[in-house]
Ligand binder design. Structure first.
Ligand code: HEC
Ligand code: HEC
Ligand code: HEC
Ligand code: HEC
Ligand code: HEC
Ligand code: HEC
Ligand code: HEC
Length: 414
């Protein structure tokens, strides 16, 4: 996966560097090179390669590339996971004795699915695209023409084993279509075939998806910013770029809520009589105009119960309700890989709670780790919506950090 990413970046960099500047008759020749957009949003916004940011924001680009956000989707490359294709490890048997084999042929990985006892496979499809950085699991997609589908076989997070994709019954299922909303949360941009149809669809105009979360998902339009600062290197104040400091608290939270507020479906546009297409929302917009609320999660204090919901839980916390302007960036640096950096997170808690009042019993509890405030106040909960079939017919819930910051008696699980 890594090599492919580097290749893509190098390619994007070369594209940027070798574009011949277009010069009119009277124009002075300058060092300036035009920016080559890598894709265009349906609203006209151009995506520039992330490598275009490196000359001025090298540290952020480098650190962002280590994050789960950046690694959350890519063209598949199993170079570091070849053990998954070795005999003994490359089969998955479901409850009804149907089974899958995972093979690599000519550098392309495939899943072959067999009905119980069958010799010839029912289906054989590739695993061209990987979704998931690999922390909790990875799922694979393939193209059939311009339609995108999910493979039934996924890889578990730590187990490094093949599993039935979460949410699938333990028997062969028809391939599930990959709707744009899935890519809206796991990629930068995909060009949908149907912006005006009454139903979202899994067909795309182009197979070129901008994989991983790149800067513009959170920062929006940036081409003019890049060209302005290239031409005006003495300018130190940011120009032609959205500023988070100008956004309201709701707008800042919406920027994360696009993907972290539960499985909210696209809103129905009553005027145009279509579902608002995925990728319509841009940072600064009111997210509620694009997505319906998550009905299950709207209940106050509901326990994290789904693939991806932190927003409502945080907003139900006293920390949020009784402080000014808290947002996700109060604790998270959006450009850094920070998982398990307990001291860094606890320092954020302590910045507001310099001397929390803990009882003697709490302070002397066995296993108590006061360097990790979240271990007691943001415990892991078992997700009911995200469960992995690590063994046939046995679902293991994924454990998700609870963003309802509170006092949980008897909790010091980690
Ligand atoms: C030629 C230099 C240059 C390039 C290339 C460049 N920037 Fe900037 N950018 C700046 C300068 C100067 C600032 C203001 C100082 C700072 O915050 O670092 C800035 C600030 C920013 C800010 C902060 C805005 C705020 O809230 O204050 C963001 C976000 C940003 N740039 C995004 C990008 C992205 C995304 C790219 C690549 C697509 C990019 N920049 C490429 C020069 C550049
Ligand atoms: C476009 C969708 C999207 C947006 C916008 C988004 N995230 Fe995420 N976020 C994800 C996905 C998908 C993952 C899981 C990535 C993976 O592991 O494959 C994730 C993971 C995370 C993680 C866990 C990282 C880890 O390594 O364990 C944190 C923390 C996080 N996001 C915070 C934020 C914050 C803060 C914001 C807003 C500034 C934000 N996210 C905006 C999609 C998004
Ligand atoms: C998950 C969303 C997200 C992504 C992806 C993201 N940023 Fe940011 N960025 C933010 C947020 C939120 C802030 C404001 C942070 C704050 O309020 O402290 C920010 C702030 C900045 C700033 C100004 C403050 C600083 O830290 O210097 C720059 C410059 C910047 N981002 C550049 C980039 C570049 C370049 C990329 C791509 C390599 C990128 N960002 C990707 C969310 C994101
Ligand atoms: C609303 C946004 C959203 C949608 C839609 C969404 N995901 Fe996710 N997904 C996330 C977030 C956020 C995470 C990180 C885990 C968490 O916070 O629950 C994640 C985690 C994952 C993971 C585990 C990644 C890892 O390495 O830990 C996989 C695999 C995954 N999603 C696949 C998919 C697929 C396939 C689809 C579409 C069929 C999809 N997701 C739809 C936001 C979304
Ligand atoms: C921006 C400031 C701020 C940050 C950061 C913050 N809190 Fe709070 N927190 C508050 C405020 C304000 C309250 C409500 C008044 C009080 O109880 O102190 C509160 C309340 C609490 C409570 C009492 C909850 C209850 O239900 O009685 C706990 C426990 C707590 N915070 C733990 C944490 C932990 C752990 C972190 C870090 C993960 C954290 N806080 C980060 C401001 C903050
Ligand atoms: C008061 C501090 C605080 C705030 C505010 C906060 N988080 Fe977190 N978040 C944490 C801590 C602590 C962790 C645990 C980190 C770890 O285990 O590595 C965490 C973990 C996460 C994870 C990984 C969850 C998992 O189960 O792996 C995601 C995703 C995330 N936060 C998203 C968000 C989003 C989105 C927001 C804004 C709605 C937000 N956070 C606001 C403290 C905070
Ligand atoms: C071993 C579990 C545990 C750890 C670790 C822990 N707490 Fe607590 N915390 C509790 C319990 C339980 C209470 C309720 C009071 C009591 O019984 O001690 C509490 C109460 C609180 C309160 C509410 C009381 C007050 O002072 O307003 C805050 C705030 C708080 N903790 C913050 C923190 C911070 C910050 C950290 C990390 C430095 C931390 N806690 C670490 C278990 C823990």
């Amino acid at each position: 996966m890594k090599r492919r990413m580097v290749e893509l970046l190098v390619f994007a960099f070369l594209m940027g560097a070798f574009i011949v500047p277009q010069q009119g008759c009277n124009q002075v020749v300058s060092e300036y090179t035009e920016i080559e957009p890598v894709a265009q949003h349906f609203n006209g916004m151009q995506y520039v390669a992330m490598s275009e940011c490196t000359s001025c924001h090298a540290e952020i680009v480098e650190s962002h590339m280590q994050t789960s956000h950046f690694r959350t989707s890519s063209i598949s490359d199993f170079a570091d996971q070849l053990q998954l294709f070795e005999p003994g490890a490359n089969e998955l048997v479901l409850a009804d004795q149907s089974m899958a084999k995972f093979v690599i042929e000519d550098d392309q990985a495939y899943q072959l699915w067999y009905e119980r006892g069958a010799i010839n496979p029912l289906t054989k499809d590739s695993m061209q695209i990987t979704i998931g950085s690999g922390h909790r699991g990875q799922s694979f997609l393939f193209w059939k023409g311009n339609a995108l589908y999910q493979q039934q076989g996924s890889v578990s997070g730590d187990g490094d084993q093949w599993i039935n994709s979460p949410g699938y019954p333990s028997r062969i299922e028809p391939h599930r279509p990959i709707m744009p909303r899935c890519l809206e949360c796991h990629a930068t941009y995909a060009e949908q075939a149907s912006l005006v149809s009454a139903r979202p669809s899994n067909t795309y105009l182009s197979r070129d998806i901008l994989f991983g979360m790149q800067c513009q998902v959170c920062h929006g339009e940036a081409a003019e910013h890049v060209s302005y600062h290239r031409k005006n290197p003495e300018e130190l104040a940011p120009k032609y770029i959205l500023k988070y400091s100008d956004l309201s608290q709701k707008q800042r939270i919406d920027a994360c809520a696009l993907c972290h507020s539960g499985s909210r479906p696209n809103k129905w546009d009553t005027e145009k009589r279509i579902f608002v297409p995925s990728f319509s929302y841009q940072v600064g917009d009111d997210l509620d105009a694009f997505l319906e609320p998550d009905k299950l999660e709207a209940r106050q204090g509901a326990v994290a119960d789904i693939h991806a919901n932190q927003v409502n839980l945080l907003m139900s916390s006293k920390c949020f309700q009784q402080s000014e302007g808290m947002d996700c960036a109060t604790c998270h640096d959006p450009h850094s890989f920070e998982r398990a950096n307990y001291r860094k997170f606890s320092a954020k808690c302590i910045s507001c709670h310099s001397s929390p009042k803990h009882s003697e019993a709490t302070l002397t509890a066995t296993d108590a780790n006061f360097e990790d405030c979240a271990s007691c106040h943001m415990p892991f909960n078992e997700s009911k919506a995200m469960q992995l079939e690590l063994d046939v017919n046995e679902l293991t819930p994924v454990r998700i950090r609870n963003h309802l910051i509170a006092i949980y008696k008897n909790e010091s699980t980690n």
